[in-house]
Design a protein around this ligand. Structure first.
Ligand code: DUC
Ligand code: ZN
Ligand code: ZN
Length: 465
């Protein structure tokens, strides 16, 4: 058989196995996995001393998402997918946001227009339902799920996005009947509002107040409520961006009762704490995200959740805003008030190197678990497996060839997103993807971009069975 490309000399890692092998790629797919392969016409990539992993799938990123008056997300599809690619990802899953008074279909048409021809990685969209009216729940959502938009996020916080319990139940019911995966942002808006009002009365408006007005209790309560409402409806759910041990305990308890709960955590809950929001002047705004980073004990609890299987997904929750200027963290009002700081931090490029270094490198998880947490489980959860998320005959040749020994200090100047800072600045990591292939095409070779804008495609998905 003729191959387009052969990768040899490396160690292949999947979610279950680690083995030396050569890979033969034909027409964008893995066509052979063997001890040795040869083809005089094939391009040969030498992976000696390298690990060959499935391309990362980051199933929780925000790109070009409407973010309120005068606030602009720092990444569009071009910069967001470029940054993702340099971090070893070949697929990302951003959110198409329906606004409170908006229509889902109009939002989706506009979002596709932004992505069309503008991606370096493959993409598939989740939907955010913020207007669960008759048109959305009765018509648009069922039709869109049937069209392959099979994952839907809802919020329990933010005045302009949150659904009340009745709305959650009716949205869950549509997901159950039509076979969509429901992703839930669990924080209790009324409790946050109460604490924010108290902070205001105390004249406490600095970024740190963002964390103190969103304590563990508001996340734990909402996690418990989301699980209970899903139990009532009989719907499997994904709890996104879990930040602490108490919420993880709610998930463990629910699972021990047989409920189908998947949970996700993110780098910020391993690497940052609420103290980072103290920052000199207004620098703490660079770390404002929801749920907020917590403390060392909760970091340990999140590591425990990654090692004991409570968390199946490790995503970046990349949600970038610039620090300088007035369309991001400083906000158009120029108000030194934590309530006007847009929530979210960049991290799509650093997600995998951080987990590789802190997790695999420090012996907390093994390589196979790393692959599961950063790629395979995302593909399985969101209907992309086995086309994506593994190295197997017939799978897309989405591959990241890692140098497991290279040492790097994270500097925003070396990253490729549209923000102007990294919350992980100065952190030292060992291991970084050097060469990345998307459907067999070399997109990054030895750290240099070779792929073209528009090489990334939109991925159609099947409805869940
Ligand atoms: N939720 C997210 O998932 N991302 C950023 C902000 C938020 O509240
Ligand atoms: Zn969220
Ligand atoms: Zn998010």
């Amino acid at each position: 058989m003729g191959y387009d490309t052969i990768i040899r000399g490396g160690t292949v890692v999947t979610a279950s196995d680690t083995f030396a092998a050569a890979l033969g790629i034909k027409d964008g797919r893995i066509a052979a996995i063997a001890d040795t392969l040869d083809d005089p016409d094939a391009e040969i990539i030498d992976a000696t001393g390298r690990l060959i992993l499935p391309g990362g799938i980051d199933s929780h990123v925000h790109i070009s998402q409407p973010s309120g008056d005068g606030i602009v997300m720092a990444d569009d599809f071009e910069s967001g997918t470029r940054s993702a690619l340099f971090g070893g990802n070949t697929t990302i899953m951003p959110f198409c946001l329906q606004e409170r008074d908006g229509e889902m279909r109009a939002a989706l048409t506009a979002y596709h227009a932004l992505a069309e021809g503008a991606c370096y990685t493959d993409t598939a969209f989740h939907l955010i339902v913020a207007n669960p009216d008759q048109q959305t729940l009765g018509q648009d959502l069922p039709a869109l799920i049937a069209d392959g938009y099979t994952s839907v996020k809802v919020f329990m916080t933010y005045d302009n996005l949150r659904l009340n319990d009745a709305e959650l139940l009716s949205t869950f019911d549509v997901a159950r009947r039509h076979g969509a995966t429901m992703m839930i942002h669990c924080e209790n808006e009324d409790a946050i509002r109460y604490l924010a009002d108290r902070a205001e009365a105390d004249g406490n408006l600095r970024p740190r107040a963002h964390a103190t007005t969103r304590p563990v209790a508001v996340e734990r309560e909402a996690t418990h409520r989301a699980i209970s409402l899903a139990e009532v409806v009989d719907l499997p759910i994904v709890i996104v961006h879990v930040s602490n041990g108490a919420a993880a305990d709610e998930i463990r308890r629910a699972r021990s009762r047989g409920l189908r709960i998947t949970a996700e955590t993110c780098p910020q809950y391993l690497m940052l704490t609420a103290d980072d929001l103290e920052g000199m002047d207004w620098e703490g705004a660079k770390f404002v995200c929801s749920p907020p980073p917590r403390d060392a004990e909760e970091q340990r609890a999140c590591w425990a959740g990654l090692t004991d299987g409570t968390f199946d997904l490790f995503s970046s929750d990349h949600c970038p805003f610039r620090y300088e200027g007035t369309d991001g963290k400083m906000n158009p009002k120029g108000a030194k008030d934590f309530r006007h700081v847009p929530n979210g931090i960049p991290g799509v490029e650093t997600r995998m190197p951080i987990l590789f270094s802190e997790g695999v490198g420090k012996g907390r998880i093994d390589l196979n678990r790393f692959v599961a947490l950063t790629s395979t489980n995302h593909a399985k959860q969101y209907g992309l497996y086995p086309r994506k998320g593994t190295i197997a005959i017939g799978s897309d040749a989405d591959l990241a060839i890692w140098d497991p020994e290279v040492r790097r200090t994270i500097r925003h100047a070396d990253l490729h997103d549209g923000a102007d800072y990294s919350p992980y600045e100065g952190i030292e990591v060992t291991g970084w993807p050097q060469t990345v292939l998307l459907r067999g095409k070399v997109m990054i070779r030895d750290g240099a971009l070779e792929g073209a804008l528009g090489d990334g495609r939109y991925l159609d998905r099947d409805a869940r069975d």
